[in-house]
Design a protein around this ligand. Structure first.
Ligand code: KE4
Length: 427
């Protein structure tokens, strides 16, 4: 495949944009090639500026569960835009989306719209701190909740339970309030909570971890966290930015039957437009300004175009059999990829929940970040580049998930499986 135009655009982009991209993972740094620049997309396909066509499993990192440029979503945006794009004042649309979200998530008695997943989680953490009067938070190694300072933190070395920054620019004083535990290790969380009795405001986690590949909660893990938080007065924040409306209409919480005190959403609820949301018990949410003292705000929060795209998307997700079809397509692809992987001597481990999945170059299982980090990322890079040449576009990192859309046809899945078999055989 030719990538001359992408190469030219990348060089130009790097003159004006750090790293040539507006979000790091798009630079393809961990897969050993330059990024392709996308010209357009339709359904399950994206087309780059050199005219190459790809079957797309990135789906804009989750939002495009309907496939790209769904006519009903485009029409909703177009119609709303004709009456103005932003007013900085309340509109009926944001109440309609808020109501739809609260109907889908019974533990979300109230919800506030923001413009990204980062804003949602950052605000939920501030709210949990305001509600409990406690400063410490607990997150899990390998879970990504956006780039707010208190979340760019990893476990301190040795006995120190204090967090240390993972990025320059995050003051140690901020990081020290963030405790980090191993995903799926309930005993470790219980030890950390006991060692910080009465000081932890919230525990935040991805209910299925899609930022270290696709790591599945082991039986008892989510239930144990729920019970621990209830017993200790800790706010359980379930970050469904990626899993919300993906793993079920009611997200991972519906799928696993575990409900947070606060929930963060994003991606799918914007239908590809910039949206995040956070919500939960009214007694917590009502502490938010202007009703309460916890400040949070945003110029484009509840933007009418984004609300319209979200409403049009959710209406289609409510159609009979939608998630059953996503499950059937994803199970079919999983089976085919497992078969295709037998063509390689490399260790592979495919993990999936609903329409999100990942192929690790690791013998598996992968239950936490330390295990995920043992994956053969060099081979993953060759796998990625081989698939790209075969017209299949997967996430450009071993530590990301792939996403199914309703627009992927059986022929697309068969072509993907065929391409994977060819690439696996060459690894
Ligand atoms: P944004 O600020 O990127 O909208 O959302 C942050 C976020 C929060 N919570 C979860 C569970 C997330 O997965 C994300 C963002 N996901 C990544 C993909 N793994 C976004 C892609 C990117 O950073 O460009």
């Amino acid at each position: 495949m030719e990538h001359k135009e992408s190469a030219k655009l990348f060089a130009q982009a790097k003159r004006f944009i750090p790293g040539g991209v507006n979000s790091p993972v798009r630079a393809f740094k961990s897969v050993g090639c330059d990024p392709v620049f996308i010209a357009r997309a339709q359904g399950a396909r994206v087309y780059d500026v050199d005219g190459n066509e790809y079957i797309d499993y990135v789906g804009s990192w989750g939002p495009m569960i309907l496939g790209h440029a769904h006519p009903k979503v485009i029409e909703a945006i177009r119609k709303t835009a004709a009456d103005g794009t932003s007013f900085g004042a309340p509109t009926p649309l944001e109440t309609q989306l808020a109501e739809a979200v609260c109907e889908a998530y019974p533990n979300m008695e109230k919800v506030r719209m923001v413009s990204s997943g980062t804003e949602a989680t950052m605000s939920a953490i501030r709210l949990a701190r305001g509600y409990t009067g406690r400063d410490k938070i607990l997150k899990f190694d390998g879970c990504y909740h956006g780039h707010a300072d208190s979340l760019l933190v990893k476990a301190g070395s040795g006995a120190a339970t204090f967090g240390v920054p993972t990025s320059p620019g995050v003051p140690a004083d901020f990081a020290k309030h963030t405790l980090t535990a191993t995903y799926n290790d309930l005993a470790e969380v219980q030890t950390l909570v006991a060692a910080n009795q009465g000081e932890i405001a919230c525990i935040i986690l991805e209910p299925v971890a899609g930022n270290m590949g696709c790591v599945i909660p082991r039986p008892g893990f989510l239930e144990g966290l729920r019970a621990l938080c209830s017993a200790e007065g800790i706010v359980l924040i379930i970050d469904e930015v990626m899993t919300g409306f993906r793993l079920a209409y009611g997200g991972a919480q519906e799928r696993f039957g575990i409900y947070g005190d606060l929930v963060c959403l994003g991606k799918i609820i914007g239908g590809g437009m910039p949206v995040g949301a956070f919500g939960g018990k009214a007694e917590i949410m009502d502490l938010l300004s202007p009703q309460g003292g916890v400040y949070q705000a945003g110029t484009l929060s509840g933007n009418p175009l984004a609300m319209s795209a979200g409403l049009a998307t959710l209406a289609l997700l409510r159609e009979e059999g939608f998630y059953q079809q996503i499950e059937e397509q994803s199970a079919y692809l999983e089976q085919g990829l497992r078969q295709a992987a037998s063509a390689t001597a490399r260790k592979t481990c495919l993990q999936r929940v609903g329409g999100m999945f990942c192929t690790y170059f690791h013998e598996g299982p992968v239950d936490n970040f330390a295990q995920a980090a043992q994956s053969d990322t060099q081979t993953f890079g060759r796998f990625f580049r081989g698939l790209l040449d075969e017209g299949v576009y997967i996430a450009p990192s071993q530590f990301e998930a792939g996403f199914m859309s309703i627009a992927h046809s059986r022929a697309d899945l068969d072509r993907t499986i065929e391409a994977a078999a060819k690439v696996f055989a060459r690894l």
